[in-house]
Design a protein around this ligand. Structure first.
Ligand SMILES: [Zn+2]
Length: 186
C-alpha cells in the first residue's frame, strides 16, 4: 500500500505548486512524486485530472519531473537576477506547445478533457509557468527561508518572507529568534 503523500497547494500558482512537490529542497529534498500513482494523485488534487484517463506511466512521471525542475531553475534564476538557461526555457516551451486541457461545463461542474491527459496537463502547467516567470508575478517569486518552498507572494504589500505552510515557517522562525534573544546575556 502506498501512503498518500501530503501535497500542498499554497505556492500561489499551479506551476510553483508543482515545483513544491519536492519538499525541503535545501536539506532532505523529499520528492513527493515518487511513482506514477503519486502523479495521478497530484494531478487530481491540483484540479488537473481528466476523468476516465489511463493511469500515468513512468515516462509521464519523468517528463513531469523534467518540467518541474526546469520551472524551479527559472524561478531561481529570477531570484538570482540571472538569465534563464535556454535548456530550461526549451523544455517549458516544448510542453506549452502541446494541446492543453479542454474544460467543459458538465452538469454545472467543470470536467477536463484531453486526448493525452498528462501531456495536456503539463501543457497547462507550462503555460502557467510562462505566465508566472514572465508576468507581474515574476517579481514576487520567493523561497521560504525555513522550508525552501518556492512561492509567489500574493500579499498586497509584497513583503512576505515565509510560505504559509500549516507547519508555520514564519512562526517557527519567530519562536527561534525569541529564544535566541532570551539566551543572550543581559
Ligand atoms: Zn516554509
Amino acid at each position: 500500500m502506498t501512503v498518500q503523500p501530503d501535497f500542498a497547494f499554497i505556492a500561489g500558482t499551479p506551476a510553483l505548486c508543482l515545483v513544491d512537490t519536492v519538499g525541503d529542497r535545501e536539506n532532505t529534498a523529499t520528492d513527493r512524486l515518487r511513482d506514477p500513482a503519486d502523479l495521478d494523485a497530484w494531478m487530481a488534487a491540483a484540479g488537473l485530472g481528466v476523468d476516465g484517463a489511463q493511469p500515468a506511466s513512468l515516462d509521464d512521471l519523468l517528463r513531469t519531473r523534467d518540467l518541474r525542475e526546469a520551472i524551479y531553475r527559472c524561478g531561481l534564476a529570477i531570484i538570482d537576477d540571472a538569465p534563464f538557461d535556454p535548456t530550461d526555457t526549451r523544455c517549458i516551451n516544448r510542453h506549452a506547445q502541446q494541446p492543453p486541457l479542454r474544460p467543459q461545463i458538465e452538469g454545472g461542474a467543470v470536467a477536463l478533457h484531453a486526448d493525452r491527459p498528462i501531456e495536456a496537463a503539463l501543457s497547462t502547467l507550462a503555460a502557467d509557468a510562462i505566465a508566472t516567470i514572465t508576468g507581474p508575478a515574476r517579481r514576487r517569486i520567493r523561497i521560504c527561508p525555513e522550508c525552501a518552498m518556492m512561492f509567489v507572494d500574493t500579499s498586497r504589500p509584497g513583503k512576505r518572507r515565509w510560505c504559509s505552510s500549516a507547519t508555520g515557517c514564519g512562526n517557527r522562525a519567530k519562536v527561534r529568534r525569541h529564544r535566541a534573544k532570551r539566551l543572550q546575556p543581559e
